[in-house]
Design a protein around this ligand. Sequence first.
Ligand code: KG4
Ligand code: ZN
Length: 356
Amino acid sequence: MLILAIETSCDETAICLAEFSDSGAKIRENLISSQIKIHAKFGGVVPSLASREHVKNIFPLLKIAMKNSDYKEINTIAITNGPGLMPALLIGTNVAKTLSWLWNKPLVPINHLEGHIYSAFLEPQENDANNYKFRKLKFPILNLIVSGGHTQLTLMESQNKFQNLGITLDDAAGEAFDKAAKILRLGYPGGPLIATASNQLKVNNKKLKLKELVIKLPRPMINSKNLNFSFSGLKTATLYLVQKLLKNHKLKDIIPAVANEFQNAIIETLVKKTIEAAKKYQPKTIALSGGVAANKKLREALEKETKKNKIIFIKPETKLCGDNALMIGAAAYFRTKNKKNLAPWNKLIVNPNLNF
Ligand code: KG4
Ligand code: ZN
């Protein structure tokens, strides 16, 4: 099944043309135009700028995606219809609707979070970057989705059957990384910058002489009786800690220690809640996904804990953690196969708050 997938929910314009079967995906083109540089100076994504860039980039990308293929070969068009930024979602969905009408192809609206989940199901193949196999899945699967806009635990009983067990009550983990990086004046996006700064800790520890200081941040809601998250208090605590430290230290000297403690606070919270959910719901598999899934320490910590608890652990290839259209195509393949969500182009609903 040849699927043209389009993703414009945030700050990446992404188009993928790939052949899907039960065994996996063979990519013809998988393109991402990132707007990171444009939003970096604002310390976060500016929705109106994002939509302007999507408008600029989407047709050139489409042209490249289709350069060696005929539209007649396409079986299905997949499009992210939420959650995300409304002005950004509208660009991709309107292009997808137009193509669906013009080419007379079925349109499959895909939940962006479902797309992230499917990124973990794609197993990269050695020496062939365009070839992915679908992992043999053991259900139920407990998904920890950690992105810039979402942090949630979602149970998947079977293909296309989702149940949210816990969500963030305020900031998402990725958002918290971005805000902490802003407090430390590291730049945007914050996740990779905090991770790199945290790695400097061992190298600089002696020179920093921070041992005498208590660098401790809260692990929000770690002992709450539910599976929800909250990261906005952690951000405020980070701000107060930095203000206190700056009275006696230079910013550059405190960055590694604060970044490390901040990263540990997020990881410990995510891992503890995930294992708690696993004890309650007894999944056969735990799947990590979303932009924050690229975090090496988080991947290692979950790997360790799942091993201890004898649960299969799967995660996306690092390059598939961020937003991409291959994951949207993969989710659409299973929806189409199971005849779920096949909407005529004029019935497509865009929902910035879409969830399971
Ligand atoms: O899934 P994603 O690409 O976009 C959304 O759907 O939101 O996630 C982006 C988020 C950003 O907040 C970014 O800081 C975070 O993922 N991120 C990371 C890492 N790489 C990206 N967070 C922690 N560690 C990383 N290595
Ligand atoms: Zn995302």
